[in-house]
Structures are given as C-alpha cells and as structure tokens.
Design a binder for this molecule. Sequence first.
Ligand code: COA
Length: 176
Amino acid sequence: MITESKKQEIQELHLQAFGKEEGPLIHGLVGDMLAEQETISINIEKEDKIVGNVLFTPFKLNEHPDKKCYLLAPIAVSPELHGKGLGKDLIEKGVKHLISLDVDAIFVLGYPQYYGRRGFYPTYVVLPYQTEVMRIDAWKMRELKPGSMAEVGGTSVACNAIMKPEFWDLNYEPGA
Ligand SMILES: CC(C)(COP(=O)(O)OP(=O)(O)OC[C@H]1O[C@@H](n2cnc3c(N)ncnc32)[C@H](O)[C@@H]1OP(=O)(O)O)[C@@H](O)C(=O)NCCC(=O)NCCS
C-alpha cells in the first residue's frame, strides 16, 4: 500500500520529468493510476528520494483474454539524472517483477528508438481506440514469456485511468 506522501512524490517526479506542457496531464494520470489497485509502481531511490518511477497497468487483449499483459506508462527519471541508465534500470527492474508474476508481455507507446533498444518490437495488437493494424513505430511490445505472443493480435483495452482518447493520439510525435 502506497502512502499519500509517496504518491505525491511520484506525481511530482513525473511533473518535473515531463515538463510544463505535458507534465500536468501526466501528473493527473499518475494520480489516477496509483488509485487503481492493480497498478504496479516501481521506483529507484537515491538517498531516500525517488529519482525514477515507472507504472505498469493491466492491459487487456479482447481476443486473447488468457494472455496476461501490462502497459508500461508513464516512466520518468529526475531531469538532472537523465542519460545515466536509470530509465533502463527501471524498465529491467519492472520486467523482472512482471516475469515473477508470470506476465506474457508488456506494451508501450513511446519513443520508437528508446524502446527499440530495450527489447520492444512492433506488434499486431491494435492500440486502444483503433480497430485495424497499423504500422506505428511508437507502439511496441516486449514478450516476457518466449513464444507466448506469437500470432497474437486484435483489439485492446487499457486501464480506466488511461482510457481517454488524448492519451492515444496518433498525431502526437514523441520528442517533437
Ligand atoms: C525517457 C526517460 C525515462 C529516459 O530515462 P534515462 O534515465 O535518461 O534513460 P537511460 O539513461 O536509461 O537511457 C538513455 C538513452 O535514452 C536515449 N533517450 C533519452 N531520451 C530520448 C528520447 N526522447 N528519444 C529517444 N531516445 C532518448 C538516450 O539517447 C540514451 O541512448 P543510449 O541508450 O543509446 O545511450 C527520461 O529521459 C525521462 O524521464 N524523460 C521525460 C519523461 C518521458 O519522456 N518519458 C517517456 C515517455 S515515452
């Protein structure tokens, strides 16, 4: 169970990392996600301060209800510590935890190159709010159980907190 002060610390970290434009939206998203019981929150702390956080939320595949999947979003590292491998460490810490929970795969909508270098590949699973497979470089999957996601596609639904069209806007250009 996460305390209110830890929750605020995590929200503040995301606000700082995402900056003035995106920060407030993500701050709210993180609050809503942390209020959902099934959300998995992974931290990296330095001197009792949270300097990195990533959230994983259940991600449902409509045509494959037997698959246990999670969405990786959002992820944030303190701006002064960017580029030191903390983002990578957060993802790997999360992956280790999810493997221990017998998770099949994680999905992410984000910087194509960043996640491409972290073991994420294009997928036939369609983004929430979409009904057809499209080639979207930013939409990727990392299989945690080898072979379990072969031939798996179809439509998907994310958790309530992020099931809002603004979070799935395909005109959004990461880093632009
Ligand atoms: C994205 C983020 C979590 C990465 O954390 P980090 O600790 O700086 O990442 P790492 O040190 O593990 O990795 C650095 C690598 O990411 C790359 N990278 C960082 N930001 C990137 C971006 N916007 N697009 C592409 N690559 C990026 C760096 O070039 C570096 O490449 P390398 O692995 O070849 O050396 C961090 O930059 C952050 O908090 N950003 C603001 C919030 C955000 O945008 N979250 C992700 C949304 S998808």
